[in-house]
Write a protein that binds this ligand. Structure first.
Ligand code: UDP
Length: 480
């Protein structure tokens, strides 16, 4: 059949909707923004999409999320891949990168199939998926894009890694001076991306490798917006030989999140709280705290005198702060680890939700006045989109870097001191919620960023125009 073989004449071909294939490396934090990009492409440009996921993340949370997507977006899972030869303590970044390379043949098969059944105009891979460009080339997909779900600071660092690998011997954490990159807030070595903190760990080599491979993309789409890192976007707009063009297309945050009936109990609870009186406490899809810090956080919240809504997970033993990464469900009853009497003492001002909360709805609620956040980029964007000032408590991945950028750069958060004592936690929480000094500045800045984000995503806004330009290249087809 002419059409099914994808060799049809221009008239038939142009009647089929353009289709994009997106590779989603593990983590809800990767899936959510890519799905959002797919939704925007469908709504504005009539582009259909296939989200290609990894078998290792076929969790109930992920399945439920995929089930909420509109019919223009389908999902297909890659087959399971054997990683049993890797070290038992291999870093997440290593697992994802290895999975991606080992899945190139299977992905080539899926992309070849999509070329036959759809008008496949582009392949988009996310930050750990650049090796999958090989599959796109083998399957003859015309364009390869990288979707970077965090920010320009993170992207700039990865793009510079192959050079830094040569120019900065030794460990980042031992550097006397912060790392200075074009347009970026100087980042102290200890706050640099966690997989780069031990150069003997394979995850470091993988990141250097990704920094090289990003250059194979036709362009890089970033889930950030100009107002939150103005100097970084200015630096990246200066063309550089061999570096793909970079477009800010964010903030893409989850819209039309599923509304399970009955409405979540925590939202009913928020309905009963005064406006902007509650601090929401959450550490992303997979973060959990060591026992000791969980204890101090509980007492700090209590001492702050502020109302709180806390998504509690059982503690990470032996410092494995990303223990829940591949599956957001807490393995044990997390409430059992709280200080004695805490639940009873705080029952009138606090609500504890085990494992998972409808975060977008919580942030959108008028009772929410602050967000104690692990600085995962999706959470940060969701906070900014809803005008919620932040208390930064970074854990792993690029979260410490994000905390530096938010606190030392744009000024949208105050960071909890490294010592994490209950008095310090209480003071920072109070300042962000009701303080008249730094807290008031942060609240004003966040209101400004909320407005800028909204304008950018509106008709004629910077993010909308950038994505329009990209799609024009896909559909126009004459240039990449
Ligand atoms: N999330 C949620 N409920 C939770 C925890 C997380 O809805 O209880 C969502 C959150 O809204 C965000 C994503 O999961 O969209 C977490 O992504 P982020 O980049 O913030 O952190 P990561 O999970 O990658 O550490």
């Amino acid at each position: 059949m002419e059409e099914a073989n994808g060799v049809c004449n221009g008239t038939v071909e142009s009647r089929r909707p353009p289709h994009v294939a997106m590779l989603v490396t593990p983590g809800m934090g990767h899936l959510i923004p890519l799905a959002e990009l797919a939704k925007r492409l469908a709504a504005r440009h009539g582009v259909t999409a296939t989200l290609i996921t990894f078998a290792s993340t076929a969790s109930a949370t992920q399945r439920a999320f995929l089930a909420t997507l509109p019919p223009s977006i389908s999902a297909v899972s890659l087959p399971p891949v054997d990683l049993s030869d890797l070290a038992p303590d291999a870093a997440i970044e290593t697992l994802m990168s290895e999975e991606c390379v080992r899945l190139v043949p299977a992905l080539t098969g899926i992309l070849s199939g999509l070329r036959e059944t759809t008008r496949l105009v582009a392949f988009v891979a996310d930050l750990f998926g650049a090796d999958s460009f090989d599959a796109a080339v083998a399957a003859g997909v015309p364009r390869r894009y990288l979707f970077f779900p965090t920010n320009l600071h993170g992207l700039t660092l990865i793009l510079h890694l192959p050079d830094l690998d040569v120019s900065l011997p030794g460990e980042f954490r031992d550097l006397a001076e912060p790392v200075r990159l074009p347009g970026c807030v100087p980042i102290p070595g200890t706050d640099i991306l966690s997989p780069l903190q031990d150069k003997s760990n394979p995850s470091y080599r993988w990141m250097v490798h990704h920094g090289k491979r990003y250059r194979d993309a036709d362009a890089i789409l970033v889930n950030s917006f100009d107002a939150v890192e103005p100097d970084a976007i200015a630096a990246l707009r200066v063309p550089e030989q061999g570096r793909p063009p970079v477009y800010n297309i964010g903030p893409l945050t989850q819209t039309n999140a599923a509304s399970p009936a009955p409405r979540a109990a925590c939202l009913e609870w928020l309905d009963r709280q005064p406006p902007k009186s509650v601090i929401f406490v959450s550490f992303g899809s997979g973060g959990s705290l060591p026992r000791e810090q969980m204890h101090e956080l509980a007492l700090g919240l209590e001492q702050s005198g502020q109302r709180f809504l806390w998504v509690v997970r059982s503690p990470s033993d032996e410092g494995a702060v990303n223990a829940n990464y591949y599956d957001a469900e807490s393995k044990k009853d997390p409430l059992a680890y709280l200080p004695d009497g805490f639940v009873e003492r705080t029952k009138d001002v606090g609500l504890l939700v085990p494992s998972w909360a409808p975060q977008i709805k919580v942030l959108a609620h008028e009772a929410t006045g602050g967000f104690l956040v692990h600085c995962g980029w999706n959470s940060v964007l969701e906070s900014l989109v809803h005008g919620v000032p932040m208390v930064a408590w970074p854990l792993f991945a690029e979260q410490r870097q994000n905390a530096v950028m938010l606190t030392e750069g744009v000024g949208a958060a105050i960071r909890v001191p490294e010592t994490k004592k209950k008095e310090e936690i209480a003071a920072v929480v109070r300042e962000v919620m009701v303080g008249q000094g730094k807290g008031a500045e942060v609240r004003a800045k966040v209101a400004e960023l909320q407005k800028a984000a909204e304008e950018g995503l509106g008709e004629g806004g910077a993010a909308t125009s950038a994505l329009d330009g990209v799609v024009h290249k896909w559909i126009g087809g004459e240039e990449k």
